[in-house]
Design a protein around this ligand. Structure first.
Ligand code: 13P
Length: 257
């Protein structure tokens, strides 16, 4: 079995002090985990400099967004050059909450993906269909459009440093509906075939993570999909008493597969 990527998006949750408390505890849990489990955390910007010192060896650190320009008249925005200066490993791009509340679109995300590569930050590109698209039966088309637009101009070489998170908009957050595992497998297979069409053989190696109401009850079911390479978790990872059992289950799953 290949690497399994398990990470958490904190969204606008946790104070810096709470982050400083969380990281060493997660490091301690991570120390005993199978090396094939790659953990990552994505806190708010304001926490990153402090938490970089707390993440240890097993924990990658990322930001939740960034601008595509290095500098300029963009009040309130964050430069990729500064994220690199902090020493981040990755940057999450295109989360559905950013698309929904801040009008992020695929063309802007394409510029952000290229900016991430320019700065040696690994883009974690989030894609997902809305409930309306699902009901219209155009989920796969919608995912393909997002991938093709956001990844326009990306080379197979660059694609080796790219992760995708598939997060159906209707499955995310407190009002989210848990997706059926079979549906998730089908979407991941479809994403994989688009990635292979875009990048050839390199498309087979791009990690595609699943996110949206992942919890201890459904995590392993999703991971059984042959094109599901990891999990991107919100609520069930913010509290380590909930996250640790999920990680232990994944550890057992790896032993038996
Ligand atoms: P939940 O796990 O809380 O649904 O959030 C998932 C998510 O948005 C990860 O980016």
């Amino acid at each position: 079995m290949k690497t399994v990527y398990i990470g958490t998006n904190w969204k606008m949750h946790k104070t810096i002090a709470e982050g400083v408390e969380y990281c060493p505890k997660l490091n301690k849990i991570a120390k005993d985990l199978d090396e094939r489990i790659q953990l990552f955390i994505i806190p708010p910007y304001t926490h990153l400099t402090t938490l970089r010192k707390e993440t240890g060896e097993r924990l990658l650190l990322g930001a939740q967004n960034m601008h595509w320009e290095d500098e300029g008249p963009y009040t309130g925005e964050i430069s990729p050059a500064v994220l690199k200066e902090i020493g981040l490993d990755l940057v999450e791009l295109g989360h559905s909450e950013r698309r929904q509340y801040y009008n992020e679109n695929d063309l802007d995300l394409n510029k952000k993906v290229h900016a991430a590569f320019r700065h040696g930050l690994l883009p974690l590109l989030c894609i997902g269909e809305s409930m309306q698209q699902k009901e219209l039966g155009i989920s796969e088309e919608s995912l393909a459009i997002q991938l093709k637009t956001c990844l326009k101009g990306v080379s197979p070489d660059q694609a080796q440093k790219l992760w995708i998170a598939y997060e159906p908009v209707w499955a995310i957050g407190a009002g989210g509906i848990e997706a059926e595992a079979e549906y998730v497998y089908k979407m991941h297979d479809s994403i994989r075939s688009v990635l292979v069409r875009l990048f050839g053989e390199a498309g087979n190696d791009i990690p595609v993570l699943y996110g949206g109401s992942v919890n201890r009850g459904n995590a392993l079911g999703y991971l059984k999909g042959k094109n599901v390479n990891g999990l991107f978790i919100g609520r069930s990872a913010w509290d380590l008493t909930k996250f640790e059992p999920i990680l232990n289950d994944v550890e057992d799953f790896l032993k038996n597969n």
